[in-house]
Structures are given as C-alpha cells and as structure tokens.
Design a protein around this ligand. Structure first.
Ligand code: URP
Ligand code: ZN
Ligand code: ZN
Ligand code: ZN
Length: 464
C-alpha cells in the first residue's frame, strides 16, 4: 500500500529541537518520520527552504458568540477559514449557553452551528454563567462528550460574572471529574464601580475602557482565584485565560513551582499593542478585555513567554464589524457599550514567528510548545494533536521564513474589512496548511471545503 503523501526535505521544529528529513502520511495520520523516505506515495511535496511546525492549536476562539448584545461576525466558516489560512489546524471554541440554558443543549447547539461549517478541526470548552442543580449534574455529561475544559468569569457583571462561592463550587465539581477550569480573571465588582464613576464624569472615550480595568484588578483576581483553587488541592487543574500582565503570570508560575497545576495563556495583542491604540480615531476597534496595557507590560509578557512561564498562546478571536463595534451609530458609543473583542486567529503565526523568533526573543521550541504542544495537553487533545509522531494527526503549518508581508485586511480571511495589525510588516508567513494529511490551504487560497473540519473530543488532560 503506497503512502498518501510524503513531505520531502522537511525542516521540522518540535519541542525537542529541529529535525531534517522526510515525513510519510497515510489515512490522515503521520506514518513515519525518517531521514529519507523512498517508498511509493500518491503525492510528494518538496518543502526545501521552508520551516514546518505542528499545526497550531488556537485554544481561545469565540465564533458565533452572543455577547454584549451582538453575535460575533465570524461564524464557524469564516472564522475557521481564517484559522486554516494562519496555519491553525484546530481551534477550541467556547460553547456559550444562553441565560437559563442547560449545558448539554448548549453543547448540541454549538455542534450544530459548527459541524456543517468548520474548515479547521475543533474542540470545545464550556462557559458556565450560572449554577443550579442541573448545571452541576451535567458537568460530567459534557466531559463525556469531550468538553473537558470550562471557562468561568470573575468579570462582566450582570452578564457572565460569578461570585466567589459559585466559582469555588464549580472548580471543585469540574476537578472531581478531571476537567480543567479556565478563568477570566478581572475584578468585575470594582470595574463596575469605576465604569459608573467615569460615566458620571462624562468620560466615555474608548481609552476609559483601559482606565476602568487597571492592571491591579487582573492581578488581584488572579491572586484571589489561585488562593481559592489552591484550597481544593494539587490535583485541581486551572488556567487563567488571556493574561495581560507580568505580575498575574508570576502568581501562576509561583503556584506551579509549588506543585499546583495552574497555567496561563496570553494573546498576541497583549504582546504586540499598547493602550495608545485606544486613543486613535479607530480606538473602538481595540476594545477587548482585559484591555491593552503599557509597553512595560508587553515587555514583561515577552520575557515570560521566553522563559516558559506563560504556558499557551490563544488568540481570543472575537470579531465584531465596525458597525457592531459602533452599535450601528455614526458616533463611537460610550466605552462600556462597545462589544469587547478583537480578531486574531490568522495572525498568531506570523506575529509570533517574526516578532518572537526572528527578533531573537523566543526559540522555535518555545513557539511550538506554546502554540501546539501545551494547548494540546491542556485541552486533552494530546497525543492526537500537538505532537509530530507516528499515529498522530498529520497537521502541519509550512512557513516560508523569508516571505515578506504587509498585514492588511486584504490578505486575511475574516468576515470584516479591517485588522488591528494594519500596516505591520512581517518576514515569515504561513504558505501551506496540511490538515489530517490534506492540503487545506496554499498560497492565499483556502482549499478545504466548508464542513470538512472534524470535532475532536478532549480526553482527560495530561499535565505534570
Ligand atoms: O474582549 C474579549 N476578550 N472578548 C471575548 C470574551 C472574553 O472575555 O474572552
Ligand atoms: Zn446527567
Ligand atoms: Zn475572557
Ligand atoms: Zn475570550
């Protein structure tokens, strides 16, 4: 039986360092990795001069997300087209139950939205926005369906925020069944006070989004939830999503050094952009939570990414059109009415590769660890995803390390006509995405068909 595909002259990057040679693929899986494969194959691709990395796992996306009165502009088709074009072969999206909805029916809704449209493979997390006996009962039920990671909110008062007692109860319940609890760590009570104060003073510009969510409120919430979760013992698996400060990262790292399974994620926009963007005429586009911070914080995050203290990179892809961001008005609405979120799944690879690896801040090993290996382990997708070895899914991003691109909405695939990285120039671009052994994207064209992505259920996460 011939192989389906052989990738020749591959310069492959793994968490253990580079490898040069050939990769044989059969039935969507890696079948062999060796110096020179001479075996018959239906198709051979010479990748000389390219860098090959495991397909990225974007563990933080919000497709078709109902939030702040809007539904995000990227549905599962547009959103995962953008992912695939960016070398992301798997996303993990947040199931978001409607108020009062139970977890199982919300899961079913997400599957029925996603299955016919996805271009990348996908896993699911579960957001929990309220606690009752049915919700508690259904936690093991959704874990059995492959939803092993959850997200709870300490902010967004009156929409998603939960009080400490409920956070405690849920972390305990999720842990009892081996799940991982993700936390949006910002102090929502104090944020709400600050918002009301600014509104009273007529301070409504987008930059007040930042002033109403100072660094300390992320640091405090991270500290508080770590204390609360630590009471439940060292088997508890918790990760803080979209960390925007060095200090919050340090809290998590110090718990991890003491044997706790606490982790954190950051997003590319916190590495790339600062608060000044909120002061521009298009500052409304840059409203997300936590907010963009100082250059000092950006530097702290890069350093912690380099040192391995930050565990994963997720885009927090949560796209609103300009019209949605402006709530269909001419004028920019008061900051607290602007839907929170920015695009990002397609630009993880070029930004991290150019500004991280090429600039000498992070290694390729760290790139691979934070964009595929660690998210795969954290979200229970390992070793099907996130590793290059025989038996694993043949998911790869092929980077042309010398390709120069000026980022603009025209070169990206989201369902909006702007990007928050407009005009930024990078050297290094994803030129081919291989998803389960098939060429899903090549040179600007998404080839994979709508609905060809697969649901990848998570298993109990493997973490040290
Ligand atoms: O601003 C953001 N991050 N929007 C998406 C919702 C969330 O908190 O992740
Ligand atoms: Zn049940
Ligand atoms: Zn969040
Ligand atoms: Zn998010």
């Amino acid at each position: 039986m011939p192989l389906d595909l052989v990738l020749k002259n591959v310069k492959l990057f793994t968490i253990a360092g580079p490898f040069e040679g050939d990769i044989g693929i059969k039935d969507g899986k890696i079948s062999k990795i060796q110096g020179d494969i001479q075996e018959q194959a239906d198709k051979v691709i010479d990748l000389s001069g390219k860098y090959v990395v495991p397909g990225l796992i974007d563990g933080h996306t919000h497709m078709e997300f109902p939030f702040m009165g809007e539904i995000t502009a990227d549905d599962f088709y547009y959103g995962t087209k953008a992912s695939i074009a960016g070398g992301v072969t798997t996303i993990v999206d947040f199931v978001t139950p409607a108020p009062g909805q139970d977890l199982v029916s919300a899961y079913q809704k997400w599957r029925s939205n996603a299955d016919p449209k996805v271009v990348s493979d996908f896993g699911l997390h579960m957001i929990i926005r309220q606690v009752n006996s049915k919700i508690l009962e259904q936690i093991p039920d959704v874990i059995n369906k492959g939803v092993v990671s959850f997200k709870l909110f300490m902010a967004y008062k009156n929409e998603l925020m939960l009080p400490d007692g409920e956070l405690y109860k849920l972390i305990k319940r999720i842990s009892d069944f081996g799940g991982v609890t993700g936390i949006h760590a910002e102090n929502g009570e104090i944020i709400n006070e600050l918002i009301q104060d600014f509104l009273k003073e007529g301070k409504v510009d987008p930059v007040y989004h930042y002033y109403s969510r100072p660094d300390i409120l992320e640091i405090e919430a991270t500290n508080r939830i770590s204390s609360i979760a630590s009471m439940l013992g060292k088997d508890v698996k918790m990760y803080i999503v979209h960390t925007s400060t060095g200090e919050a990262t340090d809290i998590i790292s110090s718990y991890r050094k003491n044997g706790f399974r606490f982790y954190n994620e950051t997003a590319p926009h916190y590495l790339m952009l600062n608060t000044e963007f909120l002061k521009r005429s298009d500052g409304f586009r840059y409203v997300m939570s936590p907010p963009l911070r100082s250059d000092e914080q950006r530097t702290k995050l890069w350093m912690r990414l380099a040192s391995g203290d930050i565990f994963t990179i997720g885009s927090d892809h949560c796209v609103y059109s300009d019209a949605q961001k402006k709530r269909y008005k001419e004028e920019v609405p008061p900051f607290h009415e602007i839907p929170n979120g920015v695009p990002g799944t397609e630009t993880i690879l070029p930004l991290l590769f150019y500004f991280g690896v090429k600039k000498g801040i992070i290694t390729m090993e760290r790139f691979v660890e934070t964009t595929s290996y660690n998210p795969a382990r954290l979200f229970g997708l390992y070793p099907k995803k996130g590793v290059i070895m025989p038996g694993a899914d043949a998911d790869f991003a092929v980077i042309d390390p010398n390709k120069k691109v000026r980022i603009s909405a025209d070169v990206l695939h989201s369902n909006i006509d702007y990007t928050i990285y407009d005009g930024i120039e990078v050297e290094g671009w994803n030129t081919m995405t291989i998803r389960r052994g098939e060429i899903a994207y090549e040179d600007g064209q998404v080839i994979a068909k709508k609905g060809s992505g697969k649901y990848t259920p998570g298993k109990t996460p493997i973490l040290l």
